[in-house]
Design a protein around this ligand. Sequence first.
Ligand SMILES: [Zn+2]
Length: 301
Amino acid sequence: MPQVHICEVGPRDGLQNAKHLMPTQAKKAWISALAAAGLREIEVGSFVPPKLIPAMADTGEIVQFAKTLPNVKVVALAPNLKGFQRALEAGAHKVTFPVSASRLHSESNVRMTPEQMVEEVRRCAAHPHPGVEIEGAVSTAFGCTLQGLVPEDDVVRIAAALAEFCDCVALADTVGYANPAQVRRLFRKVRNQIGEKLEAAHLHNTRGLGLANALAAYEEGVRHFDSSMGGLGGCPFAPGASGNVITEDLVFMFESMGLDTGVDLQRLFAAREILVEGIPEEPIYGHTPLAGLPKGFRAAA
Ligand SMILES: [Zn+2]
């Protein structure tokens, strides 16, 4: 068992926010390469209306394909019961529901208050879903481009409500507003309320603090991290900014600290080549792939 567990969210969070479309065949090749690099959990798409987000129109096919890869937990995002039913039909192993802690973000994005959205997830959780894991992700937990400050009490309350019926809960810095002190404080507050149900940190690198925030979360006891290869996706509100915390740099940080991630860095770099082939126009980021591994580097395992 790896000491740090990484969920690659590039095929979902990255491609959903990318300016260009990746063809279905290229997605399959990239996801295969990610799995071959040792990523044991991959968020492969989201079940949103294809008219709204064309990049996610092939999610059903991608889920079914990803399920043929050995030892991969296949995750999909769903915003509502309809999306959840599509995820179950396709056979996703785990479904993530985003619930925005920012009232303004929630109302403008899903036309529901955070409380209404929690009830929507409760309705989904009550729907039969044998063997399928449900994650509640509190998004905009560290700040919001519309609302600015998001009160920490709101985040704690929503996380506690989700913990009643979700298998696990994540905190997401959707727009890259978080700093390490805030990450430590908020993870501690939420863990005090819901204990081990608090699982993952979903961090963005919009202002370059992705790794610092990941380390802060690690030191606060977090062992599950979402990240995206090449920091794919950018941020619609911050031109030139990368998307999620960058998988290659995150793996390098933990491995060089002596913490096993289960991911092979050379194979990860190979997967990055396949990503670039699949969506060549899209900017990608990452320091470790450009600099290469330090002389004498040894992986943790
Ligand atoms: Zn995200």
